[in-house]
Design a protein around this ligand. Structure first.
Ligand SMILES: [Fe+2]
Ligand SMILES: [Fe+2]
Length: 380
């Protein structure tokens, strides 16, 4: 019964740890009209955000001595907690007319919120687990701070979803969603990139809406500037972690892995965003421009630590991203169709997507001289 539920002392926005934030969010959940959001969040496809697990002992053994000066500065900044209390509705939160929202926009926008909430929470569960398992104080301190931020972000998106009568059940998701194992170095590449691309996505939308406020159809976008600064700091932390071991970014094999992750993360974003045309129209954003702009910012930032960047102006780049998107549509249509014809069409779609991926992956990368000190400040 709700009357007996533990009353949280704070909203997730004020929580000092991820656990407090999740408890505060769970306590807000009365009976909901729909579990659909949780069902969507539970999906594991190539395009949906996943939950990750890794070799926590190996990560716990990282020695940050080679980057100690920068490390201590970053941790002090995160501990000072400039965004405490930010991720909560206030007087700037305009009333949202969910019932009056054009149905296709409503569908795409809730899909965007659910997918963002799952991605934020995916970071939270991974970071929280590292904090729980670790003994290395540098590492556990960092991961606790990052888990705190991600739980607040996920909680805030859930606040927005709740107004539409849905929510992602965070506690349930932690227990029930499938976890994918990644070796620590893959976690560094993938998570570093997703933090930095997250920064680039949020700040690009924020700046666009600053110039065109008439397109701000939901108040959550007003929160994106402080939000993206959190993601920026998280990315900085992973840049420092990668700096502790030069092999991670300099060996031949690892350079190929970096290229693979850059290609996979960029193309996934492209395909996923192009599947939300009505949402981007409502924002007044040309989704192709947006994709390239986010890649440009992310590439520029990633020069702080990655020895290569992708050539996103190469003639093979855009046509093959579009082919991947078409293949992805074919695959999802074929899945719905089922039967032999569906299966054949699905295999065809997967082959098309693989060829397009290979065509992009084999574009020569641009070499980059990595600076000695990776630290950057958010500049966009
Ligand atoms: Fe986040
Ligand atoms: Fe983050």
């Amino acid at each position: 019964m709700n009357a007996h539920a533990k009353t949280p002392t704070t909203h997730s926005a004020y929580a000092a740890t991820a656990e407090e934030a999740i408890a505060a969010q769970d306590a807000l959940d009365g009976p909901m009209t729909s579990e659909r959001a949780t069902e969507v969040a539970m999906q594991n496809t190539l395009l949906t955000p996943r939950f990750y697990t890794t070799d926590f002992d190996e990560m716990d053994a990282i020695d940050v001595t080679p980057v100690r000066g920068e490390w201590d500065k970053l941790i002090a900044q995160m501990k000072s907690d400039p965004n405490k209390g930010h991720f909560k509705k206030n007087e700037d939160w305009d009333t949202v007319d969910w019932d009056g929202m054009e149905p296709r926009l409503k569908a795409e926008f809730t899909d965007f919120l659910i997918s963002s909430c799952t991605a934020e929470f995916s970071g939270c569960v991974l970071y929280k687990e590292m904090k729980r398992r670790g003994t290395n104080e540098d590492i556990t301190t960092l991961f606790q701070l990052m888990a705190r931020d991600e739980a607040r972000h996920a909680g805030f998106i859930n606040d927005a979803l709740r107004e539409a009568g849905i929510r992602v059940n965070l506690g349930f998701l932690t227990q029930a969603k499938k976890y994918t194992y990644f070796r620590p170095k893959f976690i560094y590449y993938a998570t570093y990139l997703s933090e930095k691309i997250g920064y680039a996505r949020y700040i690009t939308i924020y700046r666009h809406l600053e110039a065109h406020p008439e397109h701000r159809f939901h108040p959550i976008f007003k929160w994106f500037r402080e939000w993206c600064n959190d993601e920026f700091s998280h990315g900085e932390a992973f840049a420092l972690l990668m700096k502790t071991d030069p092999k991670l970014t300099q060996s031949f094999a690892n350079k190929l892995w970096i290229k693979f992750f850059l290609t996979a993360v960029y193309s996934t974003m492209w395909v996923r965003d192009h599947q939300r045309p009505v949402f981007h129209d409502a924002l007044g954003v040309d989704v192709t421009w947006y994709g390239q702009e986010v890649f440009r910012k992310t590439s520029e930032i990633s020069r702080q630590v990655f020895p290569i960047t992708l050539d996103i102006d190469h003639p093979r780049w855009r046509p093959n991203l579009d082919r991947m998107e078409a293949a992805s549509r074919q695959i999802s249509r074929a899945k719905q169709r089922g039967g032999i014809a569906g299966m054949l069409s699905r295999i065809g779609g997967m082959a098309k997507a693989s060829f397009a991926f290979a065509a992009i992956f084999t574009i020569p990368a641009q070499k980059n001289a990595v600076p000695d000190s990776p630290r950057l400040q958010p500049a966009y």
